[in-house]
Design a protein around this ligand. Structure first.
Ligand SMILES: NC(=O)c1ccc[n+]([C@@H]2O[C@H](COP(=O)([O-])OP(=O)(O)OC[C@H]3O[C@@H](n4cnc5c(N)ncnc54)[C@H](O)[C@@H]3O)[C@@H](O)[C@H]2O)c1
Length: 360
């Protein structure tokens, strides 16, 4: 296989973004096919992606013989269905996050992925963001020490936006962006969770203004995880604050800052945070990201600071060189299932839930 023949299921904003990103790395991918049952979305895809085969049905795309791999840019409720359909046809799949929509789906996907010869990778792009690399570098340099407590938030005011799925969605289920990078650091699965919803205190018609979860990992680390799609918010949408033995680390998508006591890093002034910009000024991508077509790149909305590109390259490298999945089913479920248990807890007024995984 010289390059991977790639298909994109779903031509919504995210599907189009990933389709364009695929065309930006032709040394790895040839975009051959896209699918969407929505005629308008398909027509837009046709004008934006000339020469690519269009399908109204994802099943037909998967049976067309035109693809070696696909990415599932479809609603979360059918991610698992199409990941499994792809794997059963021997088609490698980059499965969008959240990886599954229910605990039962978690058990089902775990079995199907383990029985498959084709590769499953979770499309967890936040794990490829600069902030995550920076965090792991700090850890490697021994600058974090033991972690005691973490706060991580995804706050995104979406009232009045086109996307309607968030109106009733239990936002704590959209946890992978926050928990993926946290799990890379703590290396221990979450075991208990209690979550409470505000419900619609503001009266803007959304089921939940915000949801706050408290989770404990197997190694004892406590994480507070906040999500809110329906409460007025100003500031960075994704934030993580790590309280550790050697100092405080704060992560945003665009920058990081950290404070280490002077006895740990004498080069720093004891009472000041050190600010680390993670994207070059005027752009939204890491400096070393290879750009093939600058114009096309910016039309693709920069792919989340370049993380989408890096993720796609890792996906391709694993397929082309027979490597293990860079983010396999175990990691996918460890970052997805805690949010599903959190939603269950919220429905029971914050009851403490034990989190179980298919391999327990
Ligand atoms: N990782 C990230 O950073 C990130 C960012 C945004 C969205 N997402 C995820 O990507 C997915 C898509 O997001 P979106 O904002 O484009 O959603 P969307 O709802 O706007 O678009 C989904 C598209 O899928 C189509 N569709 C429905 N059933 C289909 C099927 N069986 N086959 C093919 N197409 C089908 C719909 O017609 C629609 O056009 C969601 O799961 C979302 O959670 C991830």
């Amino acid at each position: 296989m010289k390059t991977i023949r790639m298909g994109v299921l779903g031509c919504g904003p995210r599907g189009m973004q990933m389709a364009r990103i695929t065309t930006l790395i032709p040394e790895y991918f040839t975009l051959t096919a896209v699918s969407d049952p929505d005629e308008k979305k398909l027509a837009d895809a046709e004008s934006g992606l000339p020469g690519v085969a269009l399908f109204r049905s994802s099943d037909e795309l998967l049976d067309s013989g035109l693809v070696d791999a696909v990415i599932t840019e479809i609603p979360p409720a059918i991610h698992t269905e199409y990941v499994v359909k792809s794997l059963e046809r021997g088609i490698h799949v980059l499965g969008e996050i959240p990886a599954v929509d229910s605990i039962e789906e978690g058990n089902y996907l775990w079995e199907k992925v383990n029985a498959s010869k084709a590769m499953y990778m979770a499309g967890a792009n936040p794990n490829y963001r600069e902030k995550t690399r920076f965090l792991m570098d700090l850890e490697r340099q021994g600058k974090i020490g033991k972690v005691a407590y973490i706060e991580t938030e995804y706050m995104h005011y979406m009232v009045g936006s086109d996307d309607t799925w968030r109106k009733t969605y239990e936002s704590c289920r959209y946890c992978t962006h926050s928990l993926g990078p946290v799990l890379k650091l703590i290396k221990s699965p979450f075991r208990t969770v209690s979550c409470m919803s505000t419900y619609d205190r503001i009266g803007n018609g959304n089921t939940h203004n915000a949801m706050s979860s408290l989770m404990r990992a197997e190694n004892g680390i406590v994480v507070r995880f906040l999500t809110g799609f329906a409460v007025p918010y100003h500031g960075y949408p994704h934030t993580t604050k790590i309280y550790a033995e050697k100092g405080i680390i704060e992560l945003y998508n665009q920058k990081a800052r950290y404070w280490l006591p002077p006895d740990i890093d004498p080069g720093l002034e004891g009472h000041k945070f050190e600010e680390i910009p993670l994207t070059p000024e005027g752009t939204s991508r890491p400096a070393d990201l290879k750009i093939i077509d600058e114009d096309l790149f910016f039309k693709a909305h920069c792919g989340h600071n370049g993380s989408d590109n890096f993720m796609m390259m890792d996906f391709a490298d694993a397929i082309l060189n027979n490597k293990p999945s860079p983010i396999g089913i175990k990691e996918a479920l460890e970052m997805t299932l805690p949010g599903i248990y959190a939603a269950e807890s919220a429905r029971e007024g914050g009851a403490l839930k034990e989190i179980k995984y298919p391999w327990d």
